[in-house]
Design a protein. Structure first.
Length: 428
């Protein structure tokens, strides 16, 4: 039986999921993106080139791999075309891409609403990428969304646009934002449907057929579990669930089909945008980590906030997502730091707790309880085995295993695909 592995981010996104997905995709028959939109960005180093993917699954660099954008995604056609054209301009044209007919469309008015909602919230703004993700998911939940299948059916598209604009234009007009013309959008999105038609299919049927024949399938996560709309630091979250538990629903497969869940974590913690962050600090060490780790958002270019590793959050991610093993990324970034901290618990109102509070006010008041480990100075970017690591780096990884209760299956010591040390075989 072929394995079906889910890759999830265990923090607030930006953990390095793209690199691990690219690494594992070498042996996968199918790579699937299950949720989110182009608010996510995966940076992949391939053939001495750097690629930033926002929609297309990371298996696109292997011509033998089927790449699936599943029904749980929200897709902005213009941005997707831009990504396809960018890949083509760099010689990446030989790939298999399938897009779910049930995936929802991000419309221009969703981007306008995203900006409007953030403006209205003022100091309470979530800090979204303003890519229209939240409003697209809101329309999906309100049953007024437009799906990819509708772009192939003129009558369905017209009906969907009439409803969408009837709900949206009055709001935009009220707040003096741009409104949209029905006929203009209708003609434009009919043409988008024609270009997308070769890719659009029922991906649930396709995936289940691959499962039946024993294919090796990799499910690629976007964002991180701490940004989950159900289990994250609400309301400073994304608009979908990046957990492994969401994958079956977002792909149209049985929950029993998942065999492994790899949780991706940086060797430290980062966050972009608003929201509390218990282990955050800003000093010369934080600046060192930010610059050495190139901690700037793939999608936004915003500098990421820096914090020590938070194992309370990792254990939370383990519990709600069924993580079976960890992949620790950017271990090399910590080289040269004399002392490294790990958060093992929180202190809240004088009480030591071992959980992420659901109440955001309480979470914002949590103080990290740390253990401190000695760092290492040795260059680790050229090692090939765990036992080649300096003893303090080995002890740091062992401490992560101890405080999370999870085995480390992979660790990364540089950006290149070859700088990935796997401690087990996955698709063998």
């Amino acid at each position: 039986m072929g394995k079906r592995i889910v890759v999830v981010g265990t923090q607030w996104g930006d953990e390095g999921k793209g690199k691990i997905t690219d690494y594992l995709a070498l042996d996968a028959d199918v790579v699937v993106r299950s949720q989110g939109g182009n608010n996510a960005g995966h940076t992949i180093n391939f053939n001495n080139q750097k690629f930033a993917l926002h929609f297309i699954p990371s298996g696109v660099f292997n011509p033998q791999t089927k790449n699936i954008m599943a029904n749980g995604m929200v897709i902005e056609p213009i941005a997707l075309f831009r990504e396809i054209d960018e890949l083509a301009s760099r010689g990446i044209t030989n790939y298999q891409l399938y897009i779910s007919d049930r995936a929802h469309c991000i419309m221009p008015y969703h981007l306008e609403l995203d900006s409007l909602w953030e403006d209205i919230k003022g100091s309470s703004a979530v800090g979204t990428t303003k890519k229209g993700i939240g409003p697209a998911y809101a329309d999906k939940a309100s049953r007024i969304g437009i799906r990819l299948a509708d772009l192939l059916d003129p009558e369905s598209l017209m009906d969907g646009l009439k409803t969408g604009l009837a709900m949206t234009n009055p709001i935009l007009e009220c707040f003096h934002h741009q409104t949209y013309d029905l006929q203009d959008l209708y003609q434009k999105y009919l043409s988008f449907g024609k270009r997308l038609k070769p890719y659009i299919t029922d991906t649930s049927v396709l995936l289940n057929a691959e499962i039946e024949k024993g294919s090796k399938i990799l499910f690629e996560g976007a964002q991180g579990i701490m940004l989950c709309v159900e289990h994250g630091t609400y309301p400073y979250v994304t608009s979908s669930s990046p957990t492994a538990a969401s994958v079956p629903m977002n792909c149209g497969i049985s929950p029993m089909a998942i065999t492994d869940v790899i949780g991706i974590t940086k060797a430290y913690t980062t966050r972009v945008g608003s929201g509390s962050f218990p282990t955050e600090f800003e000093d010369d060490t934080a600046k060192y980590i930010r610059e050495k780790g190139h901690e700037y958002g793939t999608t936004t270019g915003r500098p990421r906030r820096i914090g020590w590793l938070d194992t309370v959050a990792l254990r939370h991610a383990k519990r709600v997502s069924g993580i079976t093993e960890l992949s620790v990324m950017l271990l090399d970034v910590l080289t040269g730091i004399p002392q490294i901290k790990i958060c093992t618990q929180y202190e809240l109102d004088g009480e030591i707790i071992d959980r992420v509070p659901s109440n955001y006010r309480q979470f914002s008041q949590c103080k990290p309880v740390y253990v401190t480990l000695p760092g290492w100075k040795e260059n680790i970017t050229n090692i090939h085995r765990f036992d080649e690591l300096p003893i303090n780096a080995q002890n740091y990884l062992k401490a992560i295993e101890n405080y999370t209760g999870l085995p480390i299956a992979i660790f990364s010591i540089g950006p290149d695909r070859t700088q990935t040390i796997a401690l087990k075989a996955f698709f063998k």
